[in-house]
Design a protein. Structure first.
Length: 222
């Protein structure tokens, strides 16, 4: 899958599960729970001990499970290269590091840097980012997307942080091309309740699908 296909799949999926865990095994179990829920875009963060092993394991099964496996909390080009060699299809960062973005470009891997302000978002676009992660989203809520997209309507924004079942539709209404969902989805895994991760994940998928059906309604001719 090339870079453009990866970007299209992220936007097509609409949901990226941000997976933080205390071990590679736990990260893999969370990933499986998310996949069972119908969330197929998975971001294994480099805050997970042995994250590269988890990425490599998931990447080996990605085609068979219909997964898109990426790496998160990629702070520098060294980590980016480790992620790429482990099989990551996309890289996500909490901020802009131009060398990290350049590493992704060098290998044809989609890189999604983070921003919070109009200035930071513009810097990401000028550095070549196709999608910009708006983080931490909970600081301002969905209104921040409208504020950024006012002067930068071309920006494709993916909020992460604070995206809940209650406000997912609001983020989508504000113009998010996709959302990153972390602890609001994966918190039950800390207690070993992976079935609850799947249950919550299904609710996210249901809300996303309902929102998309609503958007399609005017063009359906009904």
């Amino acid at each position: 899958m090339n870079r453009n296909q990866v970007l299209q799949k992220i936007e097509g999926e609409g949901l990226v599960a941000v997976i933080r865990a205390e071990s590679p095994d736990s990260a893999l179990r969370i990933a499986e729970a998310c996949a069972e829920a119908g969330i197929h875009a998975l971001e294994i963060t480099f805050t997970v001990p042995g994250a590269s092993r988890a990425i490599e394991s998931l990447a080996a099964r990605a085609d068979g499970m219909g997964l898109l496996v990426g790496a998160g909390t990629v702070l520098d080009p060294e980590t980016a290269r480790i992620a790429i060699l482990s099989g990551a299809s996309f890289l996500v960062s909490p901020s802009l590091n131009p060398e990290t973005l350049r590493m992704g470009n060098r290998y044809g891997i989609a890189a999604i840097p983070g921003a919070m302000t109009v200035t930071e978002t513009l810097a990401c676009l000028e550095a070549g980012a196709d999608i910009v992660k708006i983080f931490p989203g909970e600081l301002f809520g969905p209104a921040i997307l409208r504020a950024i997209r006012g002067p930068l309507p071309q920006a494709r924004l993916m909020p992460t942080g604070g995206v809940s079942l209650d406000n997912l539709a609001a983020w989508l209404d504000a113009g998010a091309v996709a959302v990153g969902v972390g602890s609001q989805l994966t918190a039950p895994a800390r207690m070993g309740d992976y079935a609850e991760v799947t249950r919550i994940g299904r609710r996210y998928v249901e809300i996303l699908q309902a929102h998309r059906r609503k958007e399609d309604w005017p063009s359906s001719g009904r």
